[in-house]
Design a protein around this ligand. Structure first.
Ligand SMILES: Cc1ncc(COP(=O)(O)O)c(C=O)c1O
Length: 496
């Protein structure tokens, strides 16, 4: 819990800026810079007014402004708490907001979610029980016995050649025409996305993406100072009519999409829309960055082929990796790219970190070459299907009437819309933590700060009975918030 020294709050009484605005500005900066953290309590209005020697109305107005912006939430009877920094808008971020308000908030949500006893649905990784630790141990031993010091020496920047060859063969099985020279091994898929943004876009360029989109891509955009512009989605993914309008209006340098088991919505883009998207990209000559990290995690049949498999004009850069299906901590991802752009990507990768650790790449290669991936994936998919069913059943039973979600056919997440009556996801967050459950707040995934009724539940993280308990707690938190809020509305006396 951060403590606040009220004497540090600078107020210029002779300024043309009203006192309440100065106070709001001060708190906003504390929150967005991370000096005040989600869950921190703000001083009661009466105490703060007295300490600062100002009228209470100034504090009330400042808090009202911060609440309206989504920075703080008032819990009747319990006080006023910081929720988090508002995600940066689609405009170019102010320098002080780097490395991205969204990243900060996600970090803080994760911190709160680590409290003992909290059932965390907030993370982005599969359950630890899915990670094949024993197989990794054996693979590392094999590599060290076989390769000795070369396993821990610098690796080629492009990646360990046998792993590149294996990945080329694997993506060919998905329909992607690929030579091992086209494979660049990256530090997770995250680095693959970042390398493309750095290689294709310049500062101030526009990146078109779905709204909502992957939070990590918004972080990259903020850090690299490119402008993420969100295009609304429907049940089939990014809407192409609106995408075309956005292309004409914003002249983007890159389109980023995750067509299969989209994070956070779970959407799968059908094949006809994939083809239309490619035709659009061709017409306007815009490269597409395809993020396929959840491609293998379908538990209701195989998804359509990746965009890259349908790409006859070499407009698609295909990013994927082994974090969601195997071992996130080994940081092994890959990018499929060819032509002059590939050389540029390699140079940017070299400047970033020289190479992805060779020991990890070689161990990954031993694991993949053993043929163990298929069996592993089958087990993971079966468990995910059961967990997804448990989440949907519990949502049906425990979440309030009017809550909406679409059962996903793959991936790790349930994307939930809370009813219009009642708290937003951010308002509910602290109460949910108090009830022992956490989730990811929907606004974080949006390019424009919208989506305040949405939350994302990572159901993959727990066995079915824990999922049920967690969602039950979420329903109870909602009821509790609603009851407190309603009774406070009924009882509320004028504040001053
Ligand atoms: C859509 C998406 N892309 C990329 C990544 C990054 O994956 P990696 O851990 O391989 O860097 C994630 C991780 O959450 C993701 O959800």
């Amino acid at each position: 819990m951060t403590t606040l020294n009220t004497l540090d709050i600078p107020l210029a009484r002779d300024s043309v800026e009203p006192i309440y605005k100065q106070l709001a500005r001060y708190f906003r900066l504390q929150i967005e810079s991370g000096r005040l953290l989600p869950g921190d309590r703000l001083p009661p209005t009466r105490d703060l007014a007295r300490a600062l020697g100002i009228g209470r109305i100034s504090v009330v107005n400042a808090y009202a402004e911060l609440q309206e912006e989504g920075h703080i939430a008032a819990h009747p009877g319990r006080g006023t708490y910081v929720i988090g920094a508002r995600p940066a808008s689609s405009g170019r971020p102010a320098a002080w907001s780097l490395p991205g308000a969204a990243a900060f908030s996600m970090r803080e949500m994760t911190r709160l979610a680590r409290r003992p006893g909290v059932i965390a649905f907030s993370g982005g990784t599969p359950s630890e029980e899915f990670l094949p630790v024993e197989a990794l141990r054996q693979a590392i031993n094999i590599v060290l016995d076989r390769d000795g010091a070369s396993a821990v020496d610098y690796e080629e920047t492009e990646g360990y050649p046998p792993l590149r060859a294996h990945i080329a063969e694997y993506v060919r099985s998905l329909g992607i025409q690929c030579h091992s020279d086209d494979v660049l091994i990256t530090g997770g898929a995250q680095q693959a996305l970042d390398l493309v943004v750095q290689s294709v876009l310049g500062e101030g360029d526009v990146l078109l993406t779905s709204n909502p989109t992957y939070l990590g891509m918004l972080d990259i955009a903020h850090v690299r100072r490119v402008i993420p512009v969100g295009v609304p989605m429907d049940h089939d993914g990014i809407r192409l009519d609106l995408l075309e309008a956005a292309i004409q209006e914003r002249r983007p340098g890159l389109i980023y999409v995750a067509p299969t088991h989209h994070n956070p919505t779970g959407t799968v883009m059908p094949i006809h829309r994939r083809r239309q998207l490619l035709a659009l990209a061709k017409r306007y000559e815009i490269p597409i960055l395809e993020d396929a990290v959840y491609h293998e995690l379908g538990y209701r049949g195989a998804p359509p082929p990746p965009l890259k498999a349908l790409d006859e004009d070499r407009l698609v850069l295909h990013a994927s990796g082994f974090s969601k299906i195997l071992l996130p901590g080994t940081r092994t991802g890959y990018l499929i790219a060819s032509g002059p752009l590939r050389d540029r990507l390699v140079r940017v990768k070299q400047a970033a970190d020289v190479c992805t650790p060779g020991l990890n790449q070689r161990a990954m290669h031993v694991f993949l070459a053993s043929g163990a991936l298929a069996g592993h994936l089958n087990r993971v998919r079966t468990a995910l299907r059961q967990r997804c069913e448990a989440a949907c059943e519990a949502a049906e039973r425990y979440l309030p009437p009017g809550t909406q979600w679409t059962p996903p056919t793959g991936g790790l997440y349930l994307w939930v819309r809370l009813p219009d009556e009642g708290p937003t996801a951010a308002e509910l967050y602290i109460t949910a933590i108090q009830h022992g459950v956490s989730y990811a707040i929907g606004t974080l995934f949006h390019t424009d700060g919208s989506g305040d009724r949405y939350l994302r539940l990572n159901f993959s993280a727990h066995p079915p009975e824990r999922i049920e308990e967690g969602i039950k707690r979420l329903g109870a938190a909602w009821q509790d918030w609603r009851a407190t809020y309603d009774s406070s509305v009924a009882k509320r006396a004028p504040i001053l």
